[in-house]
Design a protein around this ligand. Structure first.
Ligand SMILES: Nc1ncnc2c1ncn2[C@@H]1O[C@H](COP(=O)(O)OP(=O)(O)OP(=O)(O)O)[C@@H](O)[C@H]1O
Ligand SMILES: [K+]
Ligand SMILES: [Mg+2]
Length: 709
């Protein structure tokens, strides 16, 4: 299976940078600025300094015009750099959205006005309609080479569908009425046969529209964590605003009292304020959030809420299916173990009959194995299919008795049909006991042996008589053990949930290295389990695809739904994996963690940074009044004005330097939360303290070298 990867954009791709530069200026609109209080303070500061400069040009300035101009210019740069970071992040998302929008074409649909006389749609008369004219609950026919006009549910037919426009996966998928593969997505193309589809959305509300809306961040809302961080940043800003404001009367008083030095300038105070407030994180916060969604998209996962991306970073329990997630899921029948007194052929024939109409991979593999043993594979007329259900954990056929006698079949019971069943051991046991039979001890022993080696035993019964056991082999995916070890190091508990029996579950759980497992869960059991974990205050992530997963998906904090899944499941979850890969959950969590870590690291860095700038500016401001403050001037900067200007320049440039980190994210490492905190405090806290001393000193030296200091 090949993939057409979406075009990957380099971080500073000219196609992104040019519009982002324009966007940086467009965002100077005060109505945009006011949404980011920290940067709004810088914005106001820029305006104040610009006015002071104009005043200085007219001869009335508080100090030399050149200095005020330089400060005003760099304050404007600070605002523009933050705007640029945000515009660049949004540009990346928009480019991704554009690649999705390319999939949205206006198509003609074949809409039915009514079903045919027999109540069936296929074959009834249809009329052409534009895709935009369709509405929810309309029924359309989709034939080979037709594009599915809108998202819907298949109500008749089976067809191969090319979903590559959405998934990038070139192998066609089968979509059919009933069951877990009945949903079709607008924009995909039918390759063979036909489908009758009931449209489930109105134009403009399709899955694709919602994806585009999300990616374009138009509907992106602040997450609770972001809001909390905003409040912290605003509080810090207010504190520093008050501190800075009180310095002015203090300075006036000091100068009057001592009769020495000059009163501090407004320009210097604005500079001090901007350097003290957390502009680095304030300027990059929104870019970090947008970039997190982009990175999910890069992994082919569409998050339908920013909150879910963040919750993914905080998840502490992960629920995973056994079959298909931890194992390959392509369970194949490998052996028949007949009950005492039953021959291999008899068991194989019964198993075959019970599977002839069973279209699950398990059912087909049983037919294949029986055929390989050259068992008579003629079907029996009039046999009624009992499809597999996860609820009952059995499947089979009901065979009308006259036919059974005609084929020289098995024991005749007093009923009119002979029931052939295969299924989970306990389910079949309950079934035969209900009919008055019992499971031979030998069969139970075989079934346990099969389960202990990680295979799934299916017990076969004919009426109330057990015929034997089928072994279904499944293989644990390679590399999955290592990923669970990683998750454990991150402090995430992995729990395998399965409808399979305890012994098989235990064997697979041990082989895969999950922390815990729950066996014999019916679909609603998942919902209960999630509620229990949440009641303990844990955040739960899960994957799913079926309609019966929907309640659990709706309950989970992070719910990654397979794109191949049903409409109901997609509605219930908060992320869709376009690749339909259940192990993607691991990447989703890593991406969420990276987002939280990036934000935490840059916040730490930003605040530590501001402390250092304090030492550059404060002595510079007061040194004329208090010469002893010269002792605090540890950096030995060229002049007080150069010190202030250097700090402001550094404060602006640091935003630019951190754009790559904000957009690409801090490299994620699978270590425990405490170790991570220590490590990040060391790197970003200490780094944040040290870097400004070096940077400001460097800028000061450069300014001095050019005679600007
Ligand atoms: N086609 C089938 N016919 C009869 N019984 C089946 C069939 N497929 C599965 N079973 C039995 O039903 C049980 C439950 O199936 P279910 O799909 O709920 O869970 P599972 O596939 O074993 O595990 P998971 O929940 O991890 O997908 C299986 O373990 C198996 O014993
Ligand atoms: K700052
Ligand atoms: Mg299953």
């Amino acid at each position: 299976m090949s993939k057409h990867p979406r075009p990957q954009l380099r971080l500073f791709d000219p196609a992104l940078v040019k519009p982002a530069l324009a966007g940086a200026f467009a965002k100077l609109n005060p109505r945009v600025q006011v949404h980011n209080p920290v940067m709004f303070v810088v914005y106001i500061g820029s305006i104040v300094c610009t006015l002071l400069w104009v005043d200085a040009l007219r001869g009335g300035g508080e100090t030399n015009a050149g200095f005020i101009f330089a400060i005003a210019l760099w304050l404007w740069f600070t605002v523009l750099f933050a705007n640029f970071a945000e515009a660049l992040a949004e540009g990346r998302s928009k480019a991704q959205a554009a690649s999705l929008r390319g999939m949205k074409k206006s198509v003609w649909a074949k809409r039915y006005d009514a079903a045919g006389a027999d109540g069936r749609w296929h074959g009834a008369a249809w009329l052409p309609r534009r895709g935009e004219e369709l509405a929810k609950d309309d029924v359309v026919l989709v034939e080979p080479e037709d594009i599915v006009p809108l998202d819907g549910e298949v109500i008749e037919g089976v067809a191969a569908v090319d979903e590559s426009a959405i998934t990038g996966e070139s192998a066609p998928v089968v979509r059919e009425a009933g069951g877990d593969f009945s949903s079709v997505t607008g924009g995909t193309r039918v390759l063979s046969d036909w489908l009758v589809v009931r449209i489930t959305v109105n134009p403009g509300e399709s899955f694709l529209d919602r994806m585009i809306g999300m990616v374009e961040s138009a509907r992106r809302q602040k997450t609770p964590n972001e809001i909390a961080l905003h409040i912290l940043l605003i509080a810090l800003t207010i504190v520093f605003l008050v501190v800075t404001a009180t310095l002015l009367p203090y300075s006036i008083f000091s100068v009057e009292a001592s009769g020495a030095g000059q009163v501090v300038t407004i320009t210097a105070l604005v500079s001090l304020l901007v350097c003290l407030i957390p502009t680095t994180i304030g300027g990059l916060l929104s870019a970090i959030g947008v970039a997190g969604m982009s990175r999910m998209m890069g992994a082919n996962v569409i998050a339908t809420s920013g909150r879910a991306v963040e919750a993914a970073g905080d998840v502490d329990v992960m629920l995973l299916d056994k079959t298909g997630t931890i194992t390959h899921g392509n369970r194949q029948a490998s052996a028949f173990y007949p009950a005492p007194g039953v021959t291999q052929e008899q068991l194989a024939r019964t198993a075959l009959l019970a599977s002839l109409a069973d279209e699950t991979p398990e059912g087909r593999s049983i037919v294949d194995l029986a055929r390989r043993l050259r068992v008579d594979d003629r079907p029996i007329d009039g046999a009624r299919l009992i499809p597999f259900s996860a609820e009952h954990r059995m499947s089979g056929v009901d065979i009308p008795l006259p036919e059974l006698e005609a084929t020289g079949g098995a024991a005749v019971v007093a009923e009119r049909v002979q029931a052939l069943r295969k299924g989970a051991a306990d389910a079949v046991r309950a079934y035969v006991q209900m009919l008055g039979g019992a499971v031979p001890a030998d069969v139970l022993r075989t079934s346990d042996e099969v389960a202990r080696r990680g295979s799934t035993p299916l017990v076969v019964a004919e009426g109330d008589t057990v015929r034997g056991v089928i072994e279904l082999k499944d293989i644990v995916k390679t590399g999955i053990r290592e990923r669970f070890t990683e998750l454990r190091r991150m402090g995430i508990r992995t729990v395998m949930i399965t409808g399979d029996n305890k012994l098989t579950a235990a064997a697979i759980a041990a082989e895969a290295g999950v922390d815990d497992f729950v066996a014999q869960v019916a679909p609603e059991g998942k919902l209960k389990l999630i509620r229990e974990y949440q009641a303990e205050g844990r955040l739960v992530a899960m994957t799913g695809d079926g309609t019966n997963d929907a309640p659990a998906l709706a309950q989970a904090d992070v719910a990654v739904v397979m794109n191949s899944g049903t409409q109901a499941a997609k509605e219930a979850g908060n992320m869709v994996d376009l690749d339909s890969d259940p192990t993607k959950l691991l990447e989703v969590v890593e991406t969420g963690k990276a987002l939280l870590m990036t934000r935490g690291s840059l916040t730490t860095f930003s605040i530590a940074n501001d402390v250092a700038k304090y030492f550059a500016i404060l002595p510079a401001i007061f040194v004329t009044t208090y010469p002893q403050l010269q002792a605090l001037n540890v950096m030995r900067l060229a002049s007080p004005q150069s010190a202030i200007l250097s700090a402001v320049i550094f404060n602006a440039l640091v935003i630019v330097f951190l754009i790559p980190l904000a957009l690409q994210g801090v490299r994620y490492r699978p270590v425990g939360a405490a170790a991570l905190l220590r490590r990040n405090l060391a790197i970003y806290g200490l780094g944040g303290l040290v870097v400004p001393f070096v940077g400001i000193k460097l800028i000061d030296m450069i300014l001095a070298a050019f005679g600007l200091a």
